[in-house]
Design a protein around this ligand. Structure first.
Ligand SMILES: [Zn+2]
Length: 406
């Protein structure tokens, strides 16, 4: 290990109490999304970044801190400060930031405030050691990740508010760098049929219908669901060759029929039905062809059933991504993991949706790190982060900046 690396690790260790205290306070500020009230949390984060000596700006509900100079390579650090709702069933205070047995409890303690705290203290460590970066480091604490990232990461990169050659995106599994990404797509199907008396004018086939017969939207949706389940079966035949983070079970693609609603009462033919579907694919399968097949099926349905209105909305669709494991950035991140964990950690695959695709679509090489282990209860009651993991994350951010921007 180089001298500066050792110094960086040592100074982060010295900041341990400060890191813990800051993280507790950050967890104590609710930033649930919804309702997405970020006033207090962004004020708190901006204040800390200013105190460290970063050049700070607030764009909508995102906080940005810059270190370094305008020439040279550009590196982005990412964490999201919004969390899912606290939900019920906690045995600890979801906004307590309580410490028990080396763990900090609270909503967002792991997902994803751990990365926000870590990136900020990584910058602080670099600053305190007086390390001159040969490039620009942009620290981002973004909003709205839990609801798609339109006002967060998308807004920042699409408008050129932040720029990078590479992004170390903190919002993933602990202990392994993620360089392989699944594809993802959210689809909503809306069907409009015709309401009628369920027994008087039921939805029956020709020649038993007349102009008063109903058109059952739920039955039409079942057709779509059957098609999707067949598609799922077919996609599931392929198993990915890419390694998964420890504990993650899914080596295959999925079509999740996530939410459905329709109908008014038992005596009535339902005229409306909607369905939310989340499709995730392994890197060996692509989103575009899956999307096309579904849309083709819908077109066929419309032709066969011209009296039915079917609308499909696709708010998010992105393809799988593969980072070149021998690129400079990937090699540096892997060597940093080797330093922090004392053993090599290869790039792994992560299928869940994150904000990574916003960066990747702009050509920014993105690797995910994170503070979430299987047992951390993210999006569930009693979420926590291990203090040791928070420390390691801080070191990973700091060492990556040092090596990439040296
Ligand atoms: Zn997250």
């Amino acid at each position: 290990m180089e001298d500066l690396e050792i110094k960086l690790i040592n100074i982060i260790e010295k900041m341990r109490d400060e890191i813990i205290e800051f993280h507790q306070k950050l967890v104590q500020i609710p930033s649930e999304n919804p309702p997405a009230n970020y006033k207090e949390v962004t004020k708190f984060l901006a204040k800390k970044m200013e105190e460290i000596g970063l050049e700070v700006s607030k764009k909508r509900c995102n906080v940005i801190g810059i270190l370094g100079k305008n020439e040279g390579k550009k590196l982005i650090f990412y964490g999201h400060h919004d969390t899912v709702e606290a939900f019920k069933g906690w045995t600890k205070d979801p906004f307590g930031g309580e410490i028990i047995d080396g763990k900090i409890y609270g909503r967002g303690s792991s997902d994803d405030k751990s990365c926000v705290t870590a990136e900020i203290f990584a910058a602080k460590a670099l600053k305190e050691l007086g390390i001159e970066l040969n490039g620009k480091l942009t620290i981002t604490a973004v909003c709205d990740e839990e609801t798609g990232g339109y006002r967060g990461a998308d807004y920042l990169v699409s408008n050129g508010i932040i720029e990078g050659d590479a992004c170390l995106l903190g919002d993933g599994p602990f202990g392994v760098p993620v360089g392989y990404f699944g594809g993802g797509m959210f689809m909503t199907f809306l069907i409009k049929g015709k309401q009628s008396h369920g027994a008087g004018f039921p939805d029956v086939p020709e020649p038993y219908r007349n102009e008063y017969s109903g058109i059952n939207a739920i039955v039409r949706m079942v057709k779509i669901m059957n098609f999707l389940l067949d598609l799922k079966k077919e996609l599931n035949e392929k198993v990915t060759k890419y390694p998964l983070p420890p504990g993650y079970p899914s080596k295959i693609s999925d079509v999740n029929l996530a939410q459905i609603s329709g109908g008014t009462k038992i005596s009535t033919v339902p005229d409306k039905c909607f369905l939310h579907v989340n499709i995730s694919t392994i890197p060996e399968q692509d989103i575009e062809s899956v999307k096309q097949r579904i849309l083709d099926f819908i077109e066929k349905m419309k032709e066969e059933d011209p009296d039915v209105e079917i609308t499909v909305q696709i708010p998010i669709a992105y393809e799988p991504q593969i980072v070149n494991e021998n690129s400079e950035f990937a090699s540096i991140v892997k060597s940093v993991f080797n330093t922090v964990f004392n053993e090599p950690r290869d790039l792994s695959l992560f299928i869940p949706t994150t904000d990574a695709h916003w960066f990747q679509e702009k050509g920014i090489e993105t690797i995910i790190i994170g503070g979430s282990r299987m047992e951390n209860n993210i999006h569930a009651p009693d979420e926590f982060v291990f203090i040791e993991d928070l420390m390691d994350l801080t070191k990973i951010f700091a060492l990556t900046a040092l090596k990439y921007l040296q």
